[in-house]
Design a protein around this ligand. Structure first.
Ligand code: HEC
Ligand code: HEC
Ligand code: HEC
Ligand code: HEC
Ligand code: HEC
Ligand code: HEC
Ligand code: HEC
Length: 386
């Protein structure tokens, strides 16, 4: 999109845009239709292009003037303004220069999900390998280490449609759409508990796209539309400044696999969709479906932090290692904290291997390190009993 805008706009207008910062609460898309839509896939005789300026091979659905990354990429800013008249405010997931990490409120601080910069630069371990990051071919984007989502329990043979998403996100029908089922015009913003496809769920995180690809128009797809998505309260600035934050719904229902598992509407159960065993097989025997009664055999996720008298009682909410809550309200307050997948990982990517939120190699037992997220919960393992 930015490429398209640049082709169309005089430099002076671009400079005005750069100086423009909006403080509006984000919600459904705003701004002139022309910022985002093209009526005939043609402008000055040219079809729309991706974020690299490469003309896309086909016109986009919904008459969009670029693909997902076309709008969600910028050189430096992580919240960018597009358009010339009534502008639109876009959260950026890929910057083409290195963004600030961890975020500190600067205009190039990574947003809550992290940033695809590091994986786009070629390090497969530092993010999800998503279609489009390194050009528009499977070969350029595929992860060289992982042939499927670790922990995945679904078919990923090369002939299987399920390989899209469950096996790799480097194909055109998966990519961003493997995780997000977009609903830009109905998206609810801050001050609401976002709860359904009607308000775009939390950050458009919904399993509905899965059956759209596999089972178009099927009744089970409609059932998923109604119930399978993430619930949460959205920070207006996507945590560019982490002093205000998102609030995530958690749930302790991790005892069974299958579509029913999405009913908890938790962000951890969402990751489960493709990393099943990392979530369903955390306690007891390693046979796929266990509960929390046994000894831990994988780090717990969607498990309540033990309370008074334990080291966890000293946890204080931090964007370094956030928690989800069993119940949340529209003010962003939550009760009953749970550890979850994104307590430790950034879903898009980070500067660290396994897209971890912090430098794990700096986590040394019995040595104080305020940048190590493990100590946010394991408060006595740094050797200092609080
Ligand atoms: C900031 C970008 C942006 C602006 C401005 C915008 N749209 Fe959209 N629109 C989108 C995106 C992205 C989609 C893709 C589908 C989705 O997410 O629902 C979309 C989808 C649509 C759709 C199909 C899906 C639906 O919700 O019905 C229609 C129709 C539409 N837009 C019309 C408009 C009109 C008319 C305007 C101006 C009054 C407008 N849009 C302004 C980004 C925008
Ligand atoms: C034409 C520009 C445009 C395109 C194309 C576009 N987006 Fe967006 N997107 C926006 C804008 C503007 C916003 C901010 C407004 C909002 O919160 O909905 C946004 C917001 C989002 C958000 C955050 C929603 C929230 O709750 O804050 C997600 C997730 C997202 N887009 C994903 C996608 C995906 C996936 C695609 C491709 C299928 C896509 N976008 C295509 C312009 C676009
Ligand atoms: C377009 C991407 C995509 C495709 C293609 C896809 N899936 Fe999924 N699948 C997902 C996502 C995303 C989730 C998580 C859904 C959620 O929690 O909202 C999921 C979740 C699941 C779950 C629940 C897993 C659990 O442990 O809770 C099953 C079962 C599943 N998919 C089976 C399949 C099968 C079988 C196919 C092929 C016929 C398939 N999927 C194709 C994206 C996809
Ligand atoms: C593996 C699943 C996954 C994939 C693939 C993915 N996202 Fe996301 N995305 C998420 C999650 C989870 C969040 C919410 C993070 C949070 O709030 O902590 C998110 C948040 C966002 C946001 C809001 C800004 C933020 O950082 O919170 C935007 C915009 C977005 N995604 C767009 C995209 C685009 C564009 C793509 C493709 C280039 C993409 N996503 C691919 C899982 C994914
Ligand atoms: C739609 C399917 C899907 C969903 C949902 C999903 N992942 Fe993944 N994930 C994959 C695939 C495929 C791979 C292996 C290839 C790659 O790295 O892209 C992967 C790899 C990873 C890796 C290893 C990265 C590396 O390259 O070493 C981590 C860590 C990870 N995912 C965490 C998460 C977290 C946390 C969530 C929830 C926010 C999540 N995933 C949701 C499909 C998914
Ligand atoms: C307590 C922190 C923590 C939590 C919670 C956590 N992870 Fe991890 N994860 C890590 C660390 C650290 C690594 C890499 C080093 C290791 O395995 O010890 C990792 C590695 C991974 C990998 C790469 C595995 C491979 O084979 O390369 C994936 C995928 C992954 N995690 C997904 C998830 C998912 C999905 C969840 C939620 C069900 C989750 N993680 C919860 C800390 C965590
Ligand atoms: C958001 C909080 C949180 C973070 C961050 C976190 N943990 Fe945990 N961890 C927990 C909880 C909760 C348990 C389970 C406590 C229980 O029920 O016994 C746990 C359990 C464990 C266990 C197993 C303990 C046992 O009794 O068998 C180990 C080992 C562990 N964590 C290591 C780590 C490491 C290493 C890191 C950093 C990569 C980390 N944790 C980050 C909350 C956290």
């Amino acid at each position: 999109m930015k490429t398209v805008v640049r082709l169309m706009l005089p430099l002076a207008v671009m400079l005005i845009q750069l100086g423009f910062t909006a403080g509006l609460a984000s919600a459904a898309v705003t701004g002139d239709c022309v910022n985002c839509h093209t009526m005939h896939n043609s402008q000055n005789g040219q079809a729309v292009a991706d974020h690299n300026g490469t003309t896309l091979t086909s016109a986009q659905v919904n008459l969009l003037n670029s693909d997902c990354l076309g709008c969600h990429t910028d050189a430096t800013q992580t919240i960018a303004m597009i358009g010339t008249g009534n502008q639109s405010r876009v959260p950026i997931v890929l910057t083409t220069s290195e963004p600030t990490y961890p975020p500190n409120g600067s205009s190039n601080s990574v947003l809550a999900a992290g940033n695809f910069y590091w994986v786009a630069q070629g390090d497969d371990t530092k993010g999800h390998n998503v279609f489009g990051l390194r050009g528009n071919t499977f070969a350029a984007n595929v992860d060289s280490n992982l042939s499927a989502a670790p922990g995945n329990a679904q078919p990923t043979g090369s002939g299987s449609v399920c390989r899209n998403c469950h096996g790799t996100l480097a194909t055109e029908i998966s990519g961003c759409k493997g995780c997000h089922f977009a609903a830009h015009h109905v998206d609810d913003g801050p001050g609401n508990v976002v709860t359904g496809q009607g308000d775009g769920w939390y950050r458009f995180l919904s399993g509905a796209q899965m059956l759209a690809a596999v089972n178009p128009g099927g009744s089970s797809r409609d059932a998923l539309l109604a119930q399978a998505g993430v619930v949460g309260v959205e920070d207006a600035n996507w945590e560019q400044d982490p002093t205000s934050h998102n609030t995530y719904k958690g749930a302790t229902g991790f005892t069974s696999a299958g579509f029913g598992s999405v009913n908890g509407n938790s962000i951890g159960l969402y990751c489960t969709g493709c990393h099943s065993r990392f979530h369903h097989s955390m306690g007891g025997a390693d046979d796929g479906l266990q509960n929390a009664s046994g000894a831990w055999i994988r780090h717990p996720s969607d498990v309540v932090l033990p309370g008074a008298g334990t080291e966890y009682a000293n946890y204080n909410y931090t964007a370094l290692a956030p928690v989800a809550y069993e119940t949340i309200d529209s003010t962003g307050a939550g009760t009953t904290a749970l550890v979850t997948c994104i307590s430790c990982h950034r879903p898009h990517g980070s500067p660290y291997p396994d897209m971890l939120r912090w430098d794990y190699s700096g986590c040394v037992a019995n040595a104080v390190n305020t940048e190590c997220g493990c100590f946010a919960c394991h408060t006595s393992k740094d050797g200092v009993v609080p």
